[in-house]
Design a protein around this ligand. Structure first.
Ligand code: HEM
Length: 148
C-alpha cells in the first residue's frame, strides 16, 4: 500500500465526514436566529477545510491514476471492469467539483447577508447533491478496491 492511498483516504474521510456533519447540522439547527449565529462563523472555516480536502483528493487521486498506468486506459476504449468503474467514479467526481464551485461561489458572496430565494434553493440543492453523490463515489471506490 502506497503513501498516496493513505493521503487519499484521510482526505476522503475529511471530505465526506465534513459533508455528513453539515447535513446533520442542516436538518437539526432549524431555528433561524441560531442559524444566523452559527453559520457566519462555522461557514468559512468549514469551506476552507472542505476545499483543502477536495484538492488533496484530486491531486492524490490523479497521482495514483498516473502511477498505476491507468491514465491511458481511462481515455482508451478499454472495457475492463475496473477502468469502467473508475470512469463512473470520476464522472461523478466531476459533477461534485462543479456543484462545489457553485456552492462556494454563493456561500462566499452571501456569508453573513440575507440570501434571495433562488440563492437559497441553489445553495441547498448543490449541498444536498454533493452529499448524495459522495455516497456513490465512495461506493465505486470500494467496488474498485474489492476487484484489485
Ligand atoms: C470526491 C472525491 C473522491 C473521493 C471521496 C474518493 C474516495 C476514495 C476512496 C474512499 C478510496 C479507497 C477505496 C478503498 O480502499 O476501498 C479511493 C481510492 C482511489 N481513488 Fe479516489 N476519491 C475521490 C476522487 C478521486 C479522483 C479525482 C481520482 C483520480 C483522478 C481518484 C482515484 C483513486 C484511485 C486511483 C484509487 C485507488 C484504487 C485502489 O487502489 O483502491 N479518486 N478513493
Amino acid at each position: 500500500m502506497g503513501l498516496f492511498i493513505h493521503i487519499h483516504l484521510i482526505a476522503a474521510i475529511a471530505w465526506i465526514g465534513g459533508s455528513i456533519f453539515m447535513f446533520v447540522l442542516g436538518v437539526t439547527l432549524l431555528d433561524k436566529e441560531k442559524q444566523k449565529q452559527v453559520y457566519p462563523h462555522i461557514g468559512p472555516i468549514f469551506g476552507y477545510f472542505e476545499l483543502v480536502a477536495l484538492l488533496i483528493l484530486l491531486i492524490s487521486g490523479t497521482v495514483m491514476v498516473v502511477n498505476d498506468g491507468l491514465l491511458q486506459a481511462l481515455f482508451s476504449d478499454s472495457d475492463n471492469i475496473i477502468v469502467q468503474t473508475l470512469r463512473k467514479k470520476l464522472f461523478i467526481v466531476a459533477i461534485i467539483v462543479v456543484a462545489t464551485i457553485i456552492h462556494f461561489y454563493i456561500a462566499f458572496r452571501t456569508n453573513g447577508k440575507e440570501r434571495t430565494k433562488m440563492q437559497n434553493i441553489i445553495s441547498r440543492g448543490s449541498s444536498l447533491l454533493i452529499f448524495f453523490l459522495n455516497l456513490f463515489v465512495l461506493h465505486y471506490a470500494i467496488v474498485i478496491r474489492s476487484m484489485l
